[in-house]
Write a protein that binds this ligand. Structure first.
Ligand code: ADP
Length: 184
């Protein structure tokens, strides 16, 4: 597992890049790149439900019925138990599908901001993010990384340990580049 930590930035926040599987992360909250149905899917969503077991889906179904009968809107975030994962909570957020016709960067930024807001509500101080929207939703990895890093740096939060957990060497390199050039 490759790992790199940067201690610059605001307040006490530390950002760490990890190349690996987000389901093994020992953090308070793991962020899921969910779809608006909240009923599971492929990619990181599938991995989280597989490893986390049925308790996560049961709570997602309940949330769906009680609050989101039309689905969780893009850019929003909601928490459930983390089931059998090492984390305490899963924060589900719905990234935007990439579009070349329309700039949806604000929706992708909202996923990171809203996830941190939910983490603050929970009292979580450590969080692991995947590269939201950079898989099936088609976001170019460089742009996804830039928005992720810049938004997290710019968001006031009580979370002190932010990890971006990247599945592939290319994703890791894109986030490393974004971290090296943030604010420039
Ligand atoms: P989206 O639908 O938001 O694009 P995906 O799950 O398809 O979400 O992909 C988001 C990113 O998560 C991709 O870069 C993908 O390679 C990565 N990914 C897939 N499985 C895992 C995992 N177990 N841990 C961390 N990242 C993962």
């Amino acid at each position: 597992m490759r790992r790199r930590t940067t201690e610059e930035g605001h307040g006490l926040m530390r950002i760490t890049l990890v190349q690996g599987d987000i389901t093994t992360q020992d953090v308070d909250a793991v962020v899921n790149a969910a779809n608006s149905s909240l009923l599971g899917g492929g990619g990181v969503d599938g991995a989280i439900h597989r490893r986390g077991g049925p308790a996560i889906l049961a709570e997602c179904r309940h949330l769906r019925a009680s609050h989101y009968d039309r689905g969780l809107p893009t850019g929003q975030a909601v928490a459930t138990t983390a089931g059998d994962l090492p984390a305490r909570w899963v924060i589900h957020t719905v990234g935007p599908v990439h579009s070349s016709a329309e700039d949806r960067t604000h929706l992708l930024a909202s996923c990171y901001r809203e996830s941190l807001r939910v983490a603050d509500e929970l009292g979580a101080t450590s969080i692991a993010f995947p590269a939201v929207s950079a898989g099936v939703y088609g976001w170019p990895m460089g742009d996804a990384a830039r928005t992720a890093v810049d938004t997290v740096w710019a968001t006031p939060t009580q979370v002190t340990d932010v990890r971006f957990v990247l599945f592939t060497p290319d994703a890791y390199a894109a986030f490393e580049n974004a971290l090296d050039t943030t604010g420039s």
